[in-house]
Ligand binder design. Sequence first.
Ligand SMILES: [Zn+2]
Ligand SMILES: [Zn+2]
Length: 109
Amino acid sequence: MSSATEYQHVRHDALLTFQWTVQENEGDRELTASGTCPVCGCAMTWRIGPTQTVIPKGGFLGRREDLGPEPWKTSCRCESYHQPRPANARGCGAWLTLAPPPAHLTGGS
Ligand SMILES: [Zn+2]
Ligand SMILES: [Zn+2]
């Protein structure tokens, strides 16, 4: 049913609370946010690896330098194939606003 959602750029400005986890990987921290996309209803997982581009609030394709308390923006990353989706895109096209990870996960000491 959820895959019937059309691929569409939708801004979803309401703050979502996703589950954040952190993994230590050879000295690097990798954050993972998982939850349900409110637009298409699919489960999605967003991995923020140390070498990946992180998109900060209001920015575009810039590496986020500090894991601050501001909301995080990400596009939907679900695994379903929403039509008509561009070849290099993922998810349903929704642009989500996530509540930031808890401070103890981002190394605030
Ligand atoms: Zn979605
Ligand atoms: Zn989906």
